[in-house]
Ligand binder design. Structure first.
Ligand code: PLP
Ligand code: SF4
Length: 336
């Protein structure tokens, strides 16, 4: 389906299905997003992995479509309880590269800061699914001080990359204070935030948040989205507010079976990003986190899909297809 139609369909589907985020199988069922016979299986998944579907995302799901690409990203499935032999808890092997709690330093010139582990939505394919959740992982004031102190005394680091969880779940006041402290360090040249908030909970992107991003140094935001329909009008407005606040926007996606594993779906996604002023940056191959194998697409198939986009969409609509190497090797372009 052309993405224009997808967007229109997304709007037509929007209904007051949910006023608050849906965080339990029961709530999903009451909202018509989970069949009664699937509730017990979803309960078993909920004991191990967090669930959240925002009203924005709930409004994008077509409950009549059993293969809905939005539902597939967020609605729990009993298949998540089966860990395939190659699946591992920390697929990107961050742990050995953590000098202090909340920091991951793998590349000399940039480091991750994970101030919290909560997200607006919990993606069923998340590579950090063993640790993300609503009540886990906020750094205490002392831990945050220690993490920021590490940045202050590590002058080789020129970029601070805020991730998590989702840093835009913090209040504008706390986020702004954190960004200012980093921006004041002479060796920090750029800041980057990885977030699903602009598409999953666009109402959070308000004037206070935009003001908090104004710290005198460039703040890039990498927006995580995997389907054109996620760029509903509210999401496009949120991206627009960020762009007008001077924030360059990058797109991050994961290649997912049943969500975006066709040339048409990828074309629609990347064109939707460009319309929202988001430059497609990375298309990630799925990391082998537990219970995610239903989303896997072989690398050769992914490479063929990306090749098919050459000439079909503008060059700047094409991201780099990357995979995290096991054992902490970092990101590597697939096929290179
Ligand atoms: C992905 C990642 C980064 C950022 O990598 P870029 O290629 O600059 O986007 C930085 N540190 C760690 C540990 C990462 O996993
Ligand atoms: S928003 Fe990111 S960190 Fe959070 S569940 Fe989804 S993929 Fe994981």
């Amino acid at each position: 389906m052309p993405d224009g139609d997808a967007t229109r369909q997304g709007r037509a589907l929007r209904s007051p299905r949910a006023l608050r985020s849906l965080r339990t199988p029961r709530a999903l069922r009451d909202a018509g997003l989970l069949r009664a016979q699937d509730e017990a299986g979803a309960e078993a998944v909920a004991e191990r992995f967090a669930i959240s579907v925002t009203p924005q995302v709930a409004g994008l799901i077509d409950p009549a479509d059993p293969a809905d690409p939005i539902a597939r990203q967020y609605i729990p499935d009993p298949a998540e309880l089966l860990t395939a032999p190659h699946e591992v808890e920390d697929p990107t092997a961050d742990a050995p590269f953590s000098p202090v709690k909340g920091v991951v330093h793998r590349y000399p010139d940039r480091a991750l800061l994970k101030p919290l582990l909560a997200c607006p939505v919990y993606c069923r394919f998340c590579f950090r699914r063993e640790v993300v959740g609503p009540d886990g992982g906020v750094l205490s004031e002392a831990e945050l001080d220690a993490a920021l102190d590490w940045f202050a005394r590590t002058p080789a680091v020129r970029e601070a990359v805020l991730t998590g969880g989702d840093p835009l779940m913090l209040s504008a006041r706390r986020l702004g204070a954190m960004l200012r402290r980093l921006a004041e360090m002479p060796h920090i040249e750029t800041l980057r935030i990885h977030s699903r908030v602009p598409v999953a909970d666009p109402g959070r992107v308000d004037a206070a948040l935009a003001a908090a991003l104004d710290v005198g140094k460039p703040v890039f935001i990498a927006v995580h989205a995997n389907h054109a329909r996620e760029f509903a009008p509210e999401a496009v407005s949120a991206c627009d507010r960020l762009a007008r606040a001077g924030v360059p926007l990058l797109g991050q996606s994961v290649l997912l079976r049943g969500v975006n594993d066709s040339a048409q779906a990828l074309e629609d996604l990347f064109r939707a990003m460009l319309r929202a002023r988001v430059k497609p940056y990375y298309l990630h191959a799925l990391d082998p986190a537990p219970g995610t194998s239903r989303f896997a697409v072989p690398d050769a198939e992914g490479m063929a899909l990306l090749r098919s986009l050459r000439g079909r969409v503008p060059g700047h609509a094409i991201p780099t297809f990357v995979r995290e190497l096991p054992d902490g090797g970092g990101k590597r372009p697939v096929g290179a």
